[in-house]
Design a protein around this ligand. Structure first.
Ligand code: C2E
Ligand code: CA
Ligand code: CA
Length: 947
């Protein structure tokens, strides 16, 4: 019978053996054994043409074999586990064999179920354990798939999981033998995607699902689901649920038509496994989510930490930069020079980078030169300005970009300044408003120090912030320079101004011509001297007043240049007579004054005054001519009894000088008490002259005759004034004419004389004493030329006395012509118009007589008595007289020689051909009633007999 070994045979082996036993009986043509495998019938063994035998299903449904065959159900404990079918005559023992085989198959089925259950159990356990063993889905899912493969044909297997949003699915695991484009594990697929649609539909349903191919097609049509790329014959899926019962995804399995459909127990197993898979995935997912969260938190924390660190670092950097910025600003404000600014900058830089050696280079585009306003270097003392060459600085200037040089950098070698190669060099451009100013560079000779990009950042920062400051400090510096220049200029101007002021001051106190102190200065010096004298602290002093005689004549006849020369010479001559401490000044015109200190008495003064007068006796050479310009000096000695102030001293010195002039010039007068009285007299005299002109006949015309030099006949008279003063007696004109000139009474006096002379002439004519050939000369002071009515008035007088105008001769001195040449010319022309004649008086004492003679129409020349005086003793005078006579002849002028006192003079003048003579030799001036007409008539005889 059946051994233990047989018992362990497989159902197929058992079925074959059973068929073999049956065949032994020999009645069978074909037989087959069917066994239940799961839920389907399986032909375990067959014999002969078994294909024609009814199937197990047909037998189970009661369709038994035909009459030529039979069938037996293989049963065990009411369970049909198989069928034995045959054709032909079955042996008697067929029932036993079937019973045995039934038992065997049942046992085998039980045994299969048992091992399948054990396998399922073990698998479920392993699935549960997977969660603990696998840290991630990537690890877990392939192993899960393997376990599923153990349980069933899971060659097309997929796990879908919800995305975080719950609105998409992804397939962390997906195997499909036929799918041409399986979804990637990460791809989040929308729920209507071709791959995701069935899973989504399944999840919507919330329960496991088993579908056939037709049903899927139907479903996709009805529910409008996207159809899978390749339609499977069989599809099965189950939702994956977490511990809380919420769906997290789905597990799916499908088979194509070439695969065996899954048995119901396999389907059950799948559903069962799905729950375990759900839990396992949930756990792994939860854990990985947890881990992810932890990781995320960690990352977040680390990120935050890093951010914080970076923030702290950047704040520190910002603080550092800001601090640097402040200090740069402060430096640029407080630095007075570029050098101070740059060395401050170097200190600042040293705190931020290793900057033992620091150079600031500036480039000047105009001159194309690099200058080095700052250089602090271990090896280089000073960097001289240069044209751009091959250095690192030039490279920075050229590129306009920072340059970092270290032993590893590929920078073209530069010509080092100073010849020592730096280990590391860092330079950055200096900009101000996009304009490249220069380079800021640091360098290190020390191998330990190598610059990096952080240093470059610092340097760039500093450079960026000093550009403007640099420009500012430079501007400041140039401003300071400009200020300094300005100050220098101001100093120069000030000193120029001082010089000008000094000059002005000098000018204000000095005479520009002689460089002597002027009147102002003199007044001050005089007052000081007076004050000192009065206070007793100063010397007794004397005051000299010097006036050049006939200066005006020199000035006007020889020209101002000659006048100036004379004044200059006069100043020098006076100076030469003084002690160095005497104070000499030019008061104006031809007036000089001296304060002489240390004068004890009049004698001291006189010594100096005499010296001065003598000094002027030498001629001065002016315009090639010898000119005698004498000096009239007035001296006054300071004295507390008679004077109250310095002005009074000056007044009296002036007066003393005036007295000198009155006494015939060229000399000095020491002011005395008597003079003071005289001075008072002068004032009284003026009042008296005024009265004399108005009232009585105190002013008496004297007449001095002219004698014709050839015939000795009387040819005319000169009218000369005399003042018959009631108390003082007869006063000569020299004593009151200057006063009359000064007081302006001279005009009235001259009119008085003209009137008196005319009246006398009329009387003489009436008496028959004079014929028309007699001329009556009347002196006319130059002051009369100011009188606009003069000509008309004279015309009136001539008419009044019915005189032939040509009998009247008006004598004019050169000074009248010099004072107002134009007026003089007009007046003289008008006088000529009246028909009167004009005589030039005192001819020869001026210097431009010739030009006067040409310019003005004179009729008569009167040779001054000074030439006649020594005519017979001095050849010089004779020469002058001879010249004057020749000139007069040439100009057809009549000539009168004045001051003829001797017979010798008379003879010489006759011999020289002078036409008329006047002088004491013939007659002194006498009043009309005192004229000795008979004596006058006698000259005719005298001269004729002398001839
Ligand atoms: P003068 O016009 O040169 O007058 C000639 C002066 O010489 C007169 O002085 C006369 O007396 C003086 N004299 C005449 N012959 C001789 C002589 O041989 N030897 C010397 N040594 N002197 C002689 P007098 O009269 O004292 O007049 C002085 C001056 O006063 C005049 O100089 C004249 O310039 C001026 N004068 C006189 N009368 C008048 C007048 O009525 N009107 C004006 N404006 N001036 C007058
Ligand atoms: Ca005269
Ligand atoms: Ca005269």
């Amino acid at each position: 019978m059946m051994s233990t070994a047989e018992y362990l045979e497989s159902p197929a082996q058992a079925a074959e053996r059973a068929l073999a036993l049956l065949v032994r009986g020999g009645g069978l043509s074909a037989a087959a054994v069917w066994g239940l495998s799961g839920v389907t019938w399986q032909r375990l063994a067959s014999l002969g043409a078994a294909d024609g035998l009814p199937s197990a299903d047909a037998l189970a449904s009661g369709r038994l074999p035909g009459p030529d065959g039979g069938a037996l159900a293989l049963r065990m404990a009411d369970n049909t586990v198989g069928w034995l079918v045959w054709r032909g005559q079955a042996p008697a023992e067929a029932a036993d064999i079937a019973a045995l085989l039934g038992g065997h198959l049942y046992c085998a089925a039980l045994r299969g179920e048992q091992s399948a259950a054990r396998l399922a159990n073990e698998t479920m356990l392993e699935i549960s354990l997977l969660a603990g063993e696998c840290a991630s889905l990537d690890r877990l899912l392939p192993r899960l798939h393997k376990l599923m493969q153990r349980l069933m044909d899971a060659s097309n297997f997929a796990i879908a999981l919800y995305g975080d949003d719950g609105a998409s699915l992804h397939f962390p695991f997906y195997v499909d033998r036929r799918d041409p484009a399986p979804p990637s594990p990460q791809a989040m697929l929308p729920l209507d995607d071709g791959h995701a649609a069935l899973a989504a539909w399944l999840l919507r349903g919330g329960k496991p699902m088993v579908l056939t191919g037709e049903r899927i097609a139907e479903l996709c049509r009805d529910e409008k689901l996207a159809q899978p790329a390749v339609l499977p014959a069989f599809w099965m899926g189950a939702p994956l649920v977490n511990a809380d019962g919420n769906p997290i995804g789905a597990v799916m399995l499908h088979a194509y038509e070439d695969q065996a459909a899954l048995t119901s127990s396999e389907q059950l197993l799948f559903m069962f496994a799905a729950r375990h898979v759900g839990f396992a995935l949930d756990r792994v997912l939860y854990r990985s989510q947890l881990e992810r969260q932890v990781w995320l938190r960690t990352c977040e924390l680390e990120g935050a930490n890093a951010r914080l660190r970076a923030e702290v670092a950047s704040r520190k950097q910002v603080e550092k930069f800001q601090n640097a910025l402040f200090r740069i600003a402060e430096l640029s404000n407080s630095s007075l020079s570029l050098e101070a600014f740059l060395s401050g900058l170097h200190r600042l830089l040293s705190e931020m980078v290793s900057a033992r050696n620091c150079v600031v280079a500036l480039y000047d585009k105009l001159s194309d030169r690099i200058t080095f306003p700052y250089c602090a270097d271990e090896y280089v003392e000073v960097l001289h300005p240069r044209k751009p060459a091959q250095g690192y600085i030039e490279q920075v200037l050229h590129s306009g970009r920072p340059l970092l040089v270290d032993p590893y950098s590929q920078v073209p070698a530069a010509v080092e300044d100073g010849g020592v190669k730096p280990q590391s060099w860092l330079g950055v451009p200096l900009y101000c408003d996009h304009e490249l100013l220069g380079v800021l560079a640091v360098q290190s000779y020390d191998g330990e120090v190598s610059y990096n990009f952080r240093d470059q950042e610092v340097l760039e920062f500093v450079a960026n912030n000093i550009g403007a400051a640099l420009a500012r400090v430079r501007a400041l510096e140039s401003l300071q320079q400009a200020y300094a220049e300005l100050e220098q200029r101001v100093r120069e101007r000030t000193s120029e101004l001082d010089a000008v002021n000094a000059q002005l001051e000098f000018d204000s106190l000095h005479d520009p011509l002689t460089k002597l102190p002027n009147r102002n200065y003199f007044a001050k010096a005089l007052h000081r001297a007076w004050e000192g004298f009065v206070a007793g602290s100063g010397d007794r002093f004397a005051l000299l007043f010097i006036d050049l005689d006939r200066f005006k004549l020199v000035n006007d006849t020889l020209g101002h240049l000659a006048g100036d020369h004379l004044l200059f010479e006069a100043g020098a001559r006076i100076r030469s007579c003084l002690r160095h401490y005497d104070f000499l000044a030019r008061l104006g015109g031809d007036e000089f004054a001296v304060v002489m200190f240390g004068m004890q008495g009049p004698e001291d003064c006189e010594i100096i005054a005499r010296r001065i007068v003598r000094e002027f006796e030498r001629p001065v050479i002016l315009a090639g001519r010898e000119v005698f310009s004498t000096a009239s000096v007035g001296v006054v000695l300071a004295d507390r009894d008679h004077y109250r102030n310095a002005d009074e001293l000056l007044r009296d010195a002036d007066h003393a000088m005036y007295c000198t002039k009155q006494q015939g010039r060229q000399g000095y007068t020491l002011f005395s008490h008597q003079l003071r009285i005289d001075q008072a007299d002068q004032l009284a005299l003026e009042t008296e002259l005024r009265r004399a002109l108005e009232e009585d006949k105190q002013l008496i015309p004297y007449y001095q005759p002219f004698i014709d030099a050839k015939t000795g006949k009387l040819s005319g008279f000169e009218t000369l004034v005399r003042w018959q003063h009631p108390q003082r007696g007869l006063i000569p004109p020299a004593l009151f004419l200057p006063m009359a000139e000064e007081s302006g009474l001279i005009n009235r006096l001259d009119r008085y004389m003209v009137n008196a002379a005319c009246a006398q002439l009329q009387a003489w004519r009436a008496e028959g004493r004079v014929g028309e050939h007699i001329s009556l000369h009347i002196n006319l002071s130059s002051a009369n030329f100011h009188d606009p009515d003069l000509v008309a008035w004279i015309g009136g007088r001539i008419a009044h006395y019915q005189l032939p105008p040509a009998m009247l001769h008006l004598e004019i001195t050169e000074s009248a012509l010099i004072d107002q040449p134009e007026t003089a010319a007009t007046v003289m022309q008008a006088l000529h118009g009246l028909g009167v004649k004009l005589a030039l008086d005192d001819f020869g004492t001026g210097y431009s007589a010739l030009s006067y003679l040409h310019r003005y129409r004179f009729d008569v020349l009167k040779i001054d008595q000074s030439f006649v005086f020594d005519l017979d003793r001095k050849e010089e005078s004779a020469a002058i007289v001879r010249a004057i006579l020749a000139l007069a002849r040439a100009l057809d002028l009549d000539v009168v020689a004045e001051g003829v006192e001797t017979a010798a003079q008379l003879a010489m003048l006759q011999e020289m051909g002078c036409s008329k003579l006047q002088g004491f030799y013939f007659a002194a001036p006498a009043p009309a009633h005192g004229l000795d007409w008979e004596r006058l008539a006698r000259f005719e005889q005298e001269i004729r007999s002398a001839a």
